[in-house]
Design a protein around this ligand. Structure first.
Ligand SMILES: C[S@@+](CC[C@H](N)C(=O)[O-])C[C@H]1O[C@@H](n2cnc3c(N)ncnc32)[C@H](O)[C@@H]1O
Length: 404
């Protein structure tokens, strides 16, 4: 099924994102205090005054009904509307436990839906290159259920070795491995009657697979992006002629935003997140205002148990990590509890609730650009959701077929 609205969808998303680029592009904490100035104060007040339950419902994208600021409500509803994808059709394919060997629940779901999707297609190329194929679950399924052969190009040597052992154990032939980083200027296929696969190929890798396929006129492509922030470039590089006209950059921060799960946040996870963020923001504010260290500092990940302790315990550990002299417990607690700090933490958290709503729209812009590039390169394309977003958040696939 062709998707006829790509250009229109791309333009609408671009216009909306361009208007609010100061809101979503910089990270709130890293760009503090300028970041907060991008948010109309009445928006932040509105979200701040809502109950925790309603804040969670906004953050989880469940409902924006309780927002009182009409412009904000309209923006979030608009974003949601423009960020939706059509669903790709899949059909039921029977899988045995052996077919699912070593696959976790998430992988089983993806593989089942891809297999069901492909089983409806005719004239698929039977020879695949599976880039970033991991141990080879997808290639194994295609060999098993769709009589295809595959060359997996996978930079992780260990994955290749495990995959070879699994295939041997299950007596599956026709799968070869090349353990090296994919190079779009190299040659991996024999003839253009080839199917290029990239299931959750990280960052630029998805774009590179698509470029490789176009440059070599490959017959079919199936691409699912992920980890958009894993780019060697400063900003995201658009592929299509539409993309080349976009007059804003997608920074690493906004690419991280696009890589989040956009749905399924539970209330419990929201409350946990609020606690973690409040300590992290408070530490940043302490460094910024109290110690006059205005440069953003990475402080490393911590177990949640640290956030269950007092702020002063958390801060002491992080200050030590940063090589900063010990600060008195009471000074830290007083800073954390002060009205000014509480107000700033709340404003930063509410700003982020708004900012987080842009993630799916940014992801959609990236994916439409890839699809448009394929369309411009004489491919028939389908773009849509193939997985349940709650099971596999990077659930949007691009399927392409070379036109004569
Ligand atoms: C998210 S995993 C997906 C694995 C597999 N396609 C699947 O869905 O089960 C991404 C894989 O790409 C591999 N990878 C990352 N960069 C690569 C590159 N430049 N060339 C080849 N493989 C790469 C990683 O080692 C990893 O196995």
């Amino acid at each position: 099924m062709m998707n006829f609205n790509l250009e229109k969808d791309f333009k609408s998303l671009c216009d909306l994102l361009a208007t609010y680029q100061n809101v979503w592009n910089p990270e709130v904490m890293n760009s503090y205090p300028q970041s907060l100035e991008a948010y109309p104060s009445e928006w932040l007040t509105d979200i701040t005054n809502l109950s925790e339950d309603i804040q969670w419902r906004i953050d989880a994208g469940i409902s924006y009904n309780e927002i009182r600021e009409p412009k904000l409500k309209n923006l979030l509803n608009n974003l949601k509307k423009l960020s939706t994808f059509q669903k790709l059709e899949t059909s039921e394919v029977l899988f045995s436990d052996t077919d699912f060997f070593k696959m976790k629940e998430k992988k089983r779901h993806e593989i089942k839906n891809i297999s069901g999707f492909l089983s409806q297609k005719t004239n698929l190329a039977k020879s695949c290159i599976d880039v970033g194929g991991g141990i080879g679950h997808l290639s194994r399924t295609l060999a098993n259920k769709h009589e295809m052969s595959s060359l997996i190009i996978e930079s992780n040597k260990e994955f290749c070795e495990i995959g070879q052992k699994v295939n041997k154990k299950l007596n599956i032939g026709k799968i070869n491995y090349k353990s090296e980083p994919f190079n779009k200027n190299s040659t991996y296929h024999c003839g253009s009657n080839t199917f290029a696969l990239g299931l959750h190929a990280c960052g630029d890798l998805s774009s590179e697979i698509i470029e490789y396929s176009v440059n070599n006129c490959l017959q079919n492509i199936l691409s699912f992006g992920c980890c958009y922030f894993k780019t060697k470039l400063e900003n995201h590089c658009f592929l299509s002629s539409y993309g080349s006209k976009v007059d804003f950059n997608l920074s690493k921060y906004s690419l991280t935003l696009a890589s989040r799960a956009h749905t399924g946040l539970t209330k419990k996870a929201f409350i946990k997140k609020k606690r973690v963020k409040s300590y992290r923001y408070a530490l940043h504010l302490f460094l910024f205002h109290h110690l006059k260290q205005t440069e953003f500092k990475e402080v490393g990940e911590s177990k949640f148990s640290l956030y269950e302790k007092d702020f002063s315990d958390y801060a002491a550990e992080k200050l030590n990590y940063l090589g900063i002299e010990k600060i008195e417990k009471q000074t830290l607690e007083d800073f954390f509890e002060s009205k000014q700090t509480r107000k700033l933490i709340e404003a930063m958290f509410c700003a982020n609730i708004i900012r987080w709503q842009f993630g799916r729209a940014i992801e959609k812009l990236i994916l439409i650009d890839r699809a448009l590039y394929l369309k411009e390169s004489n491919y028939q394309i389908e773009l849509g959701e193939l997985f349940d977003e709650n099971i596999s958040p990077r659930n949007v696939g691009i399927f392409a077929k070379k036109l004569p």
